[in-house]
Design a protein. Structure first.
Length: 214
């Protein structure tokens, strides 16, 4: 594994301790904004995430209004105010929301640079295989070792379940990036595998961030 300058990475986080969410238009239509630059917005809330967040913009299309709500709490760091009242295409970036990073998010971001990711082969819903799920429930995910050829996941697509076999370096399941039964986009990471030689590096990352971050 090539050397990673964690001091440099952490200094960049200290200089800009924020994450950014980029909001794109989902449809074509005439856009009307409901927020302005530097305004605070709220994300979805409630026990079942049933309370919508701040209304960001409305797209008027073919006599219908399509409203987009914020999924994230933060501050509007940029907005395409020049598009107000204009016709926009789908996929246009119109708003950027800035939010303060949590310690856990910084650790996970750093771990992404160290762990071996296993990616979703298709846009589908995923579940751990019965054997892996049983071992996780009994021992905890970070005590479960996987090897090439192991059946680790079940992919649910078009009402068909397909076993997914692990391809990669042997190691423990350190991080899980999906929720069972929730659709994952193709090529998104599902899990992060930690090989035994990387355990000291990971512990160093966690210790450093916990010690240096408020």
């Amino acid at each position: 594994m090539k050397d990673i300058d964690f001091d440099d990475i952490l200094s960049r986080y200290h200089a800009d301790p924020y994450g950014y969410v980029y909001i794109h238009t989902l449809h074509t239509g005439q856009i009307r904004f409901n927020v302005s630059k530097d305004e605070e917005v709220e994300g979805t809330s409630g026990q079942w995430q049933h309370i919508p967040g701040t209304k960001l913009y409305v797209l008027h299309r073919e006599g219908n209004d399509k409203i987009t709500f914020s999924q994230t709490s933060g501050v509007i760091s940029s907005i395409r105010a020049d598009l107000e009242g204009q016709f926009v295409e789908a996929g246009e970036r119109v708003i950027t929301i800035r939010y303060p990073l949590k310690k856990r998010e910084i650790i996970e971001s750093l771990l992404h640079k160290v762990l071996e990711p296993f990616y979703a082969p298709e846009r589908a819903k995923y579940f751990f295989s019965l054997d892996i799920q049983s071992r996780i429930e009994k021992f905890g995910q970070r005590s479960v070792t996987v090897n090439p050829g192991d059946e680790i996941l079940t992919m649910s697509l078009m009402k068909r379940d397909t076993p997914i076999f692990y391809k990669g370096v042997p190691g423990i399941i350190h991080s899980v990036y999906f929720k069972p039964g929730v659709t994952v986009e193709q090529n998104e990471p599902l899990i992060g595998i930690c090989s035994p030689d990387k355990l000291p590096i990971i512990q160093k990352i966690i210790t450093r961030v916990k010690a240096e971050w408020d």
